[in-house]
Design a protein around this ligand. Structure first.
Ligand SMILES: *Cc1c(COP(=O)(O)O)cnc(C)c1O
Length: 449
């Protein structure tokens, strides 16, 4: 018998009572897609009869798949706090609620309450950021990549920008300093060598077309051995001597002194601001731990020029971002560092991490695993190559197989010395019970096999 002829008609399926909850366009797509698969199977002689109930079930499954959100939560058990692939910095719930209130009701985003007329959306963030960083003014754009572009385009279009060859960074997501520079219309002047750049290299490159001396943070690599670089204080001094702008693309900014010697080799943003630089920019998340944004701080006169650039309109941030940055900045001003999840994770002690691991093991008595001390990284293009101590649960058995099984349950861990490990540093307290029940479920599947 010809199976093709027995395939249910689309019209009939559309009227099936079990499919009436599915939005029409999704239903039509799902039906066609399931019937296409069915025809393929008939062609390849993979089935010998048409099962209408199964077809209906497959349509429901297909529609469910389309209608379920794609952006969902995972448990980060990698130990990498600022994990670029897993959402970078987390937002504290209280801080998020402040933004929620501002965004679910009308607000004075661009309204001057004193004058009763149009106001400036940027002054909200500038007020607190200027206080926090002791600077004249501040501006927020969509991300730090936009900040770099805006600054170069505003001050160095068709002019020269001097950058050390050791700092021609590429960061994840294909942000490359030379290419951003080109797109902005600025002309890159590379100086020094990969390992050594001296002050005299900067000085010798200056001519009447030079607009700016730029320093770029080596976010995801270190240069070690026979090396020399010029620090921002000297770059600022030299810029002043020649009446040029100095600009530091800092990438990531931290405020309080960090543990494990993380802050020994890199100056904090406040140390840099004491030097009164022309302009500095960094990400609103990364170590600052707010939300995706580019924060530009520095001289008022320069920030005013940035505000007059038409391109700013394309990098404009929404009230959600502005209120999240505002709440984060206020937390910093009040030294409420526990409200910055990124900092909270980095500061968590080994003892607390061990307790977390013990708690998980106590909830998963059949798990064959050991608690171990290990090392991890902060991540996200900050503090490159600097290890920090951590505690992991090391699971016995095939690492690759566990990695896949946990990933299917939306738990992302890492493999270390041929063992699958769950790193305690990035597992949040309110995820412990859920993680334990996932582990128990995975073990019971193992036992059944
Ligand atoms: C991360 C980084 C950027 C890009 O910042 P985003 O906020 O990701 O756009 C630019 N420059 C440096 C040095 C960085 O580390």
């Amino acid at each position: 018998m010809n199976l093709f002829r027995q395939i249910p008609k689309v019209d009939k399926l559309l009227k099936n009572k079990n499919l009436q909850d599915i939005p029409e366009n999704v239903l039509i797509y799902s039906i066609h897609s399931v019937l296409d698969e069915l025809r393929e199977k008939i062609k390849n002689s993979q089935i010998d009869k048409i099962d209408e109930e199964k077809i209906i079930n497959n349509i429901v499954k297909k529609a469910d798949d389309i209608l379920s959100p794609s952006l969902i939560n995972v448990i980060n058990a990698t130990g990498v706090t600022i994990h670029t692939n897993l959402g970078r910095s987390l937002i504290d719930e209280e801080i998020f609620n402040a933004a929620k209130k501002v965004s679910t009701h009308y607000c004075n985003l661009e309204y001057d309450l004193n004058k009763g007329k149009r106001g400036d959306r940027y002054h909200h963030s500038a007020k607190h950021l200027s206080f926090l960083f002791n600077c004249e003014d501040a501006l927020i754009v969509n991300n730090n990549a936009a900040a770099v572009f805006l600054i170069l385009n505003t001050f160095a279009k068709e002019r020269e920008v001097v950058v050390s060859r050791g700092e021609l960074v590429e960061i994840g997501g294909s942000f490359r300093v030379p290419e951003v520079m080109k797109a902005s219309g600025a002309k890159l002047v590379e100086i020094g060598t990969t390992n050594k750049t001296k002050l005299k290299d900067y000085e010798e490159s200056i001519n009447e077309n030079t607009a700016m001396l730029m320093k770029v943070h080596k976010s995801n690599y270190t240069i070690e051995g026979f090396t020399e670089e010029v620090y921002i204080d000297e770059i600022i001094k030299l810029s002043r001597k020649y009446n040029l702008l100095d600009y530091y693309d800092l990438g990531s900014a931290y405020i309080p002194k960090l543990p494990y010697g993380l802050s020994n080799t890199e100056p904090s943003i406040n140390d840099i601001m004491k030097l009164s630089p022309s302009l500095v920019s960094f990400s609103g998340d990364k170590l600052f731990g707010g939300v995706q944004a580019g924060i530009i701080i520095g001289k008022k006169e320069l920030i005013n020029k940035l505000k007059k650039n038409q391109i700013l309109r394309m990098f404009r941030v929404d009230k959600i971002t502005l209120s999240l940055i505002q709440a984060t900045t206020l937390a910093y001003i009040k030294k409420e560092y526990e409200k910055i999840p990124t900092l909270k994770q980095i500061f968590t002690s080994i003892d607390t991490l061990k307790q977390k691991a013990k708690k998980i093991l106590s909830l998963t008595p059949s798990l064959r695993a050991n608690i171990k001390e290990s090392k991890t990284y902060v991540g996200g293009g900050t503090m490159p190559n600097k290890e920090i101590p951590t505690v992991v649960i090391e699971i016995e058995g095939n690492a690759l197989s566990w990695e896949r099984k946990f990933r299917e349950k939306l738990v992302i861990g890492r493999i270390e010395n041929d063992r699958f490990v769950l790193d305690m540093r990035t597992i949040q307290d309110d995820e412990i019970e859920k993680l334990a029940s996932i582990i128990n479920e995975l073990i019971s599947c193992e036992v059944k096999k």
